[in-house]
Write a protein that binds this ligand. Structure first.
Ligand SMILES: [Zn+2]
Length: 245
C-alpha cells in the first residue's frame, strides 16, 4: 500500500474513533486543529495534547497565568531540587514548582504545575459545567507542554525561531540551521539575583519571555562571558581560589 493510501485509511479510522468518543461540548479550536493534522488524533485526549504541543508558547503563557491564580503556598520558599527531595540535585534545570513538593501536594484533580483544578481531557476550564475536577488527572495538558518547554527549550526551536522572524536575537542576522537556544538571563543568575521574587513570576525565567534563539557563534561568546563571570564570582566568595587563580 502506498504511504498516502495508508494514511487515508488510518485517518478514516481515527476520525471515526474520535467522532464516537467526542462529547457534545468540546473546545472548537482543538477539534479544528485535530482535523487539520496529517495524522488525525484518534481520541479527544490525544487531540488536546496535540493542540498544546503545536501551541507551546500559548501553553507557556497559560500555565503561568493559571499559576498566578494559585500563588505560592503559605510559607513556601524556593529551594532548588526540593520537589525531588534532593537538595539541589535537579539544579536550576527545573523551575521552582511548589505544588510538586511533598509538603504542598494538592492531590488528584489539581494540576501539580499551576495548582488549579483540572477538568476533562486535561482542560483548564470547566466547559462542562460540572464543577467537579477530573480526579484521574494531576496535570493540565497545557501545563505538560509548558513544563516540557521549561525543561528542554531546545526541543521547541522551530516555534521560537518563528516568533523571532528567523533572525538571531543578538546579532539580528538570519538564523542559521545550527542556531541554539539561550536564556537571556542565565538561570544561575536567577537564583543569585531573583530568588526572592514571588512565585510564579519566577517561572517566566524558564518560559518564553527569557528564551531566545541565537546563532551558534554568538551563543558561544555569550557562554564564555558567563563562564568568566561565574569564575569571578567564585573567586570573590572564596579567597583561597582567588589566591590559586
Ligand atoms: Zn496547570
Amino acid at each position: 500500500m502506498a504511504a498516502s493510501d495508508w494514511r487515508a485509511t488510518r485517518n478514516r479510522q481515527a476520525l471515526l474513533r474520535l467522532e464516537r468518543a467526542l462529547p457534545p461540548i468540546f473546545p472548537a479550536a482543538v477539534l479544528q486543529h485535530a482535523l487539520s493534522r496529517p495524522l488525525v488524533p484518534p481520541t479527544p485526549r490525544l487531540a488536546v495534547e496535540s493542540f498544546w504541543r503545536s501551541h507551546v508558547l500559548r501553553a507557556d503563557r497559560l500555565a503561568r497565568a493559571l499559576a498566578a491564580r494559585s500563588g505560592a503556598p503559605e510559607g513556601w520558599t524556593w529551594r532548588p531540587g526540593a520537589e525531588t527531595g534532593g537538595g539541589g540535585a535537579a539544579g536550576f534545570r527545573a523551575p521552582p514548582s511548589p505544588y510538586r513538593e511533598a509538603a504542598h501536594l494538592l492531590g488528584r484533580g489539581r494540576c501539580c504545575v499551576c495548582g488549579q483544578p483540572v477538568y476533562r481531557f486535561g482542560w483548564h476550564v470547566d466547559l462542562w459545567g460540572t464543577g467537579i475536577p477530573n480526579r484521574n488527572a494531576g496535570w493540565h495538558s497545557a501545563c505538560v507542554a509548558a513544563w516540557k518547554l521549561w525543561l528542554a527549550p531546545s526541543d521547541q526551536i522551530p516555534a521560537l525561531k518563528r516568533r523571532q522572524g528567523h533572525r538571531c536575537a543578538v546579532s539580528g542576522k538570519r538564523l542559521l540551521r545550527t542556531a541554539e537556544i539561550d536564556h537571556r538571563v542565565p538561570l544561575y543568575r536567577v537564583w543569585r539575583e531573583h530568588r526572592d521574587a514571588p512565585w510564579p513570576s519566577l517561572l517566566a525565567f524558564w518560559g518564553a519571555p527569557n528564551l531566545q534563539v541565537v546563532n551558534r557563534a554568538v551563543h558561544a561568546a555569550k557562554c564564555r562571558d558567563e563562564a568568566g563571570e561565574r569564575a569571578r564570582l567564585r573567586r570573590a566568595s572564596d579567597p583561597d581560589a582567588a589566591a590559586d587563580g
